[in-house]
Design a binder for this molecule. Structure first.
Ligand code: GAP
Length: 510
């Protein structure tokens, strides 16, 4: 646990030190669970969004994108169920006066037991070496079975309480599991209450008579209410999808996990409209497709797992999360939901407009069913950033910090470094900057010794360093150093663009 905490602290401090993420309003001591992206953070974030957008909209002939407004008619949130049911169960510790989400306390407790299983597996793996059979071990080892039984029992009770909205049952579960407040260390808990997570504000001046409106807690509803506009104007045929990237806002109770749980964050959502009865096939398709998208980033498969929902939202008939192993354990990164025809039907009912589709092949009208894929930009950022950040011991015993980002997502694709700040090298380096800047985000840097400049570029994830030296002036090209292998090769200047294009390819999802 101490190691996990240290790794997480390193992620947070590295993100700030190098201009990726700053606490919002920092000079005023910050604002809880709100963060600003700095000069490098915005580049990485934009590249992540572009990877998602291309893989959804550009690579699929039947998916189009929109950008709907954050403010929407207040009835939308009544129809979607958010006004009545977008709640989190909260609980306070009477001694520390700290507030927690009851569901998160229980999920963290389960995660601790999962951690014990992981440790047993790691121990056995060391003991048995190559002969180790993980599947056999977890299905027969008595200690693992005992831990697994505990998890299953807790999960069953927890799901029952959540499904029945049984707040007293949740509290009792927290007491029975002897969960203590991490601050006070006591079990002196209040009752559990429901808390609506939507931010409300006023539209129009008070004197005119203002209306309460909400900051959207998900981007999805902007897609549903535009279903007919897009279908008709784009002559879309079912099955088809509408994608959107945009801000969402939730008044989260627990704000202690950096950009994992924010009050203002960004979502990348896609609603895929299908024929009734075909939704579970499409659910399976998107479940697999989305995992492929993550794996195409080159992060090992063991960092991801599916978590099928036992507790289904009232509108869903299947749901799964893709969880990622963050520095603080496996947690939700993306949700894939089979939302039935709930949203379109409710908006038809509340707006009085028929949101249906005429299927010419079937010669019938119906309300389409929907598969949703919903992923947080910020959580994806955190996953890629935390996985890529490493301290390495080099052959000569020295250490370096390297941010191994996929090249196409890195803020800068190359740094152009004159070996020294004289002899015409800066001028030549600037020529190369001008040669590359229309194709790639490149950085010019002449400050400090070359070794320190390499380290700085490693720390911000720049995949290539291009060094300009005296031989460059004699027409003998430049040195290109690759971040991860630190291998260097000599490349003629006229080949540089082609070299970078060849090595920095868009990520393909096969
Ligand atoms: N439209 C469905 C929906 O919003 P969700 O599971 O509540 O589903 C989808 O959210 C994704 O949005 C999550 O998997 C997560 O990546 C991201 N997300 C949700 N709440 C967040 C928060 N407070 N901070 C950062 N990301 C969040």
């Amino acid at each position: 646990m101490a190691n996990q905490e240290d790794a997480f602290k390193k992620v947070v401090s590295h993100a700030k030190e190098y201009g990726f993420i700053f606490p919002s309003s920092e000079i005023y001591d910050g604002l809880g669970a709100v963060y600003d992206y700095g000069q490098l953070g915005i580049e990485l974030k934009n590249n992540i969004k572009q990877y998602w957008w291309k893989s959804m909209v550009q690579y699929h002939e039947n998916i189009v994108g929109i950008d709907s407004a954050i403010f929407m008619h207040p009835k939308i949130w009544k129809a979607s169920g958010h006004v009545d049911a977008f709640n989190a169960p909260l609980i306070d510790n009477k001694d520390s006066k700290k507030r927690y989400r009851a569901d998160v306390l229980i999920e963290d407790h389960i995660a601790k037991i999962e951690d014990k299983i992981k440790k047993e597996v790691e121990k056995a793996q060391k003991r048995f070496g190559d002969a180790f059979n993980k599947e056999q071990f977890v299905s027969t080892n008595p200690r693992v079975l005992e831990h697994q039984k505990k998890i299953d029992d807790i999960t069953a009770r927890y799901s029952e309480c959540m499904n029945a909205n049984d707040l007293e049952g949740l509290r009792q579960l927290i007491l029975d599991l002897e969960i203590v407040c991490p601050i006070s260390g006591t079990r002196n808990w209040t009752e559990v209450r429901q808390f609506n997570l939507m931010f409300a504000t006023q539209m129009g001046s008070v004197s005119e008579g203002s209306d309460t409106i909400y900051l959207r807690p998900e981007t999805a509803q902007g897609i549903f209410v535009n279903f007919l506009n897009v279908q008709k104007s784009g002559r879309m045929k079912i099955p088809f999808g509408i994608a959107q990237i945009g801000k969402a806002f939730r008044n989260e109770i627990v704000a202690r996990q950096f950009i994992f749980r924010m009050r203002e964050f960004e979502q990348m959502e896609m609603q895929f409209f299908v024929r009734p009865g075909e939704e579970l096939e499409w659910f399976k398709y998107w479940k697999e497709e989305r995992l492929k998208w993550h794996l195409a980033l080159g992060i090992p498969a063991e960092c991801y797992r599916y978590h099928d929902h036992e507790k289904l939202a009232h509108y869903a008939n299947a749901a799964t999360d893709i969880e990622f192993e963050f520095p603080f354990g496996f947690k939700e990164l993306e949700g894939i939901h089979s939302r039935t025809n709930f949203d379109l039907s409710r908006h038809s009912e509340f707006s009085g407009k028929k949101l249906q589709y005429f299927d010419s092949e079937l010669n019938e009208n119906y309300t389409p069913y929907v598969i949703e894929t919903s992923i947080g930009v910020d959580r994806t950022f955190l996953a890629i950033f935390s996985h890529g950040l490493k301290d390495e011991v080099l052959e000569d015993g020295s250490t370096r910090t390297v941010l191994s980002l996929p090249a196409v997502l890195a803020p800068y694709k190359a740094a152009i470094l004159p070996l020294v700040k004289k002899d015409g090298l800066p001028e030549k380096a600037r020529e190369i900057f001008d040669l590359l800047k229309y194709d790639f985000m490149v950085q010019y840097d002449e400050k400090d010794a070359i070794g320190r400049r390499y380290r700085r570029q490693d720390a911000i994830g720049t995949p290539y360093c291009i060094t300009v030296d005296n031989e460059t002036l004699e027409g003998q090209g430049v040195t290109v150093r690759e971040r991860d292998t630190m291998k260097q090769e000599r490349i003629p200047i006229e080949n540089l663009r082609a070299y970078l294009h060849e090595h920095i390819q868009p990520i393909k999802v096969d």
